[in-house]
Write a protein that binds this ligand. Structure first.
Ligand code: CUA
Length: 328
């Protein structure tokens, strides 16, 4: 019973990550295409079963009791021709609709366009936003999008091929080394959605997720302005100790905290890490216990991740956790 319950809960939870519950124009078009293909295929399937049932019913007497078959040449030819025409028509409709949907997704979008750049890395997502002033601001593993405003999302990679996929909002787009691919998303419903890397990219492919929040344009603008500011000074002596460790020891070789000496580029930007919903690309919820576990033993929750154990004494690790919790 328990074994059956877990997948059931997982499927319910997956509604926040389902192409069948579209929350953007692009996902809506793909969902329409899926419904069309499903309808045509289901129709063909039902017809095949009906013909099969009819044939069995018609010849329901024992085989050896049947008279020798008298093929109706004309009827057979007519039936096969009609069936071939029906299948050709169905396939033509599917191919035509696929082409039209594909073209509409690739077409450029008029109107105000938000530019977002998402870079897949083993195994997390670097997320950059073009600000109204023309600069870029960076965050990680969490994408915010404004309602009803088309977003142009450019996807890239620094290592292997990943696939950027937020099923509720748009189709998949591969990240190819040396290339920038583009997709559009015009969200029509607010809420949290889940994105997932959809191309096997190594040991932690399954834990390369992404939190996506669609919010009103005002809330989005406020969020973007907040993300653009540098981190403030530590609130108390323990946080100050934490900041000192983060900015002068190994953390800063990979991570950056804007407004401090930590300027590493290899790993997620931590300037507003405490404003995010999860840790380690959707692997852990953002809370004190998970943060402590992640910085002391990252390999325990995400084996193979590039992040090494910090090797900090417990009091120092607590100070770092306290400091990071203040980076809202
Ligand atoms: Cu990145 Cu799979």
């Amino acid at each position: 019973m328990k074994k059956a319950l877990f997948p059931a809960l997982l499927m319910l939870g997956a509604w926040a990550q389902s192409p069948l519950a579209p929350a953007a124009d692009e996902a809506g078009r793909l969902n329409g295409l899926w419904n069309l293909i499903l309808g045509i295929c289901a129709g063909v399937y039902v017809l095949v079963l009906l013909f099969l049932g009819w044939a069995l019913w018609r010849n329901r007497r024992r085989l050896d009791a049947l008279p020798p078959p008298q093929p109706d040449e004309r009827g057979l030819r007519l039936g096969l021709t009609a069936w071939a025409a029906f299948i050709t028509l169905g396939l033509t409709v599917i191919a035509g609709a696929s082409f039209l949907v594909d073209r509409s997704l690739a077409a450029s979008h008029p109107g105000e366009v938000l530019q977002v750049r998402v870079t897949g890395q083993q195994w997390w997502w670097r997320v950059q936003y073009r600000t109204p002033s023309g600069g870029w601001i960076e965050t990680a593993n969490e994408v915010h999008l404004p309602l009803n405003r088309p977003a142009r999302i450019e996807v890239a990679t620094t290592d292997v091929i990943h696939s950027f996929w937020i099923p509720n909002l748009a189709g998949k787009q591969d990240t190819i080394p040396g290339r920038i691919n583009t997709l559009f998303a015009t969200p029509r419903r607010t809420g949290w959605f889940r994105g997932q890397c959809a191309e096997f990219c190594g040991l932690q492919h399954a834990q390369m997720a992404l939190d996506v929040k669609v919010e009103t344009a005002q809330a989005f603008d406020a969020w973007l302005a907040d993300q653009a500011r540098a981190s403030g000074p530590p609130a108390d002596p323990v946080a100050m100790r934490g900041q000192q460790i983060v900015t002068t020891q190994t953390c800063s070789q990979c991570h950056s905290v804007r407004g401090t000496m930590a300027q590493g580029r290899a790993a997620p930007d931590l300037t507003h890490v405490a404003s995010r919903r999860s840790l380690a690309a959707g692997t852990l919820p953002f809370n004190r216990g998970a943060l402590m576990g992640w910085i002391t033993q990252p390999q325990a929750s995400k084996p193979g991740a590039e992040m090494p154990p910090s090797g900090l004494a417990p009091a120092d690790a607590l100070a770092v956790v306290h400091y990071l919790e203040g980076l809202t």
